[in-house]
Design a protein around this ligand. Structure first.
Ligand SMILES: [Mg+2]
Length: 272
């Protein structure tokens, strides 16, 4: 995909999320919007995957540690061909394959359960080590939030990953300075985060998390570093590209009305 096509896809996925959450009357829209470009670049540019063979052993993996943002991952996977788009209409339903948080036993192409925050880096580390031990030449991507990094287990995993020199582990941090209860910097500040990861001996980069070229370049740089895990701090905006959602934590978990769906459509169509 070209840069323009990736940007368009990110907004298409945003719109899928708005329509899905409106339809099923449940879900977290704001946290999806800040990772739209990250998810788009992973699924439509960077990851070596086979949607028709979701358990292909040589595949790259994507662990969405901030699991509540799964509607946008599901939208990307549906458009990539893992399952039918109609499955989105059964999000969070007992008989659906798309649960409210990722479930690897229900959804083809999901590589881990998640939702209990903080665990993704450790899970990604385990998978990355397992792949390396089997001689599989792949990459494990983990998407974490910024508020999520208040969990101590993140740092246990960070320490162990550096010790084991896990060069095939790439963490992308969605740094929107928001968490469900308020501003990260006001509640229990993580920042400066990059210095922490750097002191844990990770390769560290800081980018605009809504710039698809910057995300691609940062991933290329991370792949080139083979003796250390990589942390990419993606500066993002919660609710990005839908003005009434931007930086408004009321949209952490809220259902858009019919009118709000149409307003979002106007902005997402015009934002490309
Ligand atoms: Mg956040």
């Amino acid at each position: 995909m070209t840069t323009k096509e990736l940007k368009q896809m990110a907004n298409r996925l945003r719109m899928d999320v708005v329509e899905t959450i409106h339809h099923v009357e449940d879900g977290h829209p704001g946290p999806c919007m800040s990772i739209a470009e990250i998810i788009t670049v992973l699924y439509f540019s960077e990851m070596n995957i086979r949607p028709e063979e979701p358990r292909w052993p040589l595949r790259d993996r994507c662990i969405l540690s901030k699991g509540h943002a799964c509607p946008i991952q599901y939208a990307a996977m549906a458009r990539k061909g893992y399952f039918d788009m109609d499955e989105l209409k059964k999000l969070r339903k007992l008989d659906g394959i798309l649960q409210g948080h990722p479930d690897m036993n229900k959804t083809p192409g999901i590589d881990s359960v998640s939702g209990s925050l903080g665990n993704g880096v450790g899970i990604g580390l385990g998978i990355a080590l397992g792949c390396r031990m089997q001689g599989i030449d792949n990459f494990v991507y983990v998407i974490i939030g910024d508020g999520e990094q208040q969990e101590g287990v993140v740092w246990e995993a960070a320490m162990a990953a550096a010790k084991h020199k896990v060069g095939n582990l790439i963490v992308l941090a969605d740094c929107n300075n928001n968490q469900s209860g308020g501003k990260v910097t006001e509640l229990s500040s993580l920042y400066p985060a990059s210095e922490k990861w750097s002191s844990f001996q990770w390769h560290v980069q800081e980018i605009d998390g809504h710039d698809v070229e910057a995300i691609k370049n940062a991933i290329a740089n991370a792949k080139a570093v083979t003796d250390r895990p990589s942390y990419i701090e993606c500066r993002t905006i919660k609710g990005k590209n839908i003005p009434y959602m931007e930086n408004n934590n009321a949209w952490h978990k809220r259902v858009p009305t019919k009118e709000e769906v149409e307003i979002a459509r106007k902005y997402l169509g015009g934002a490309v």
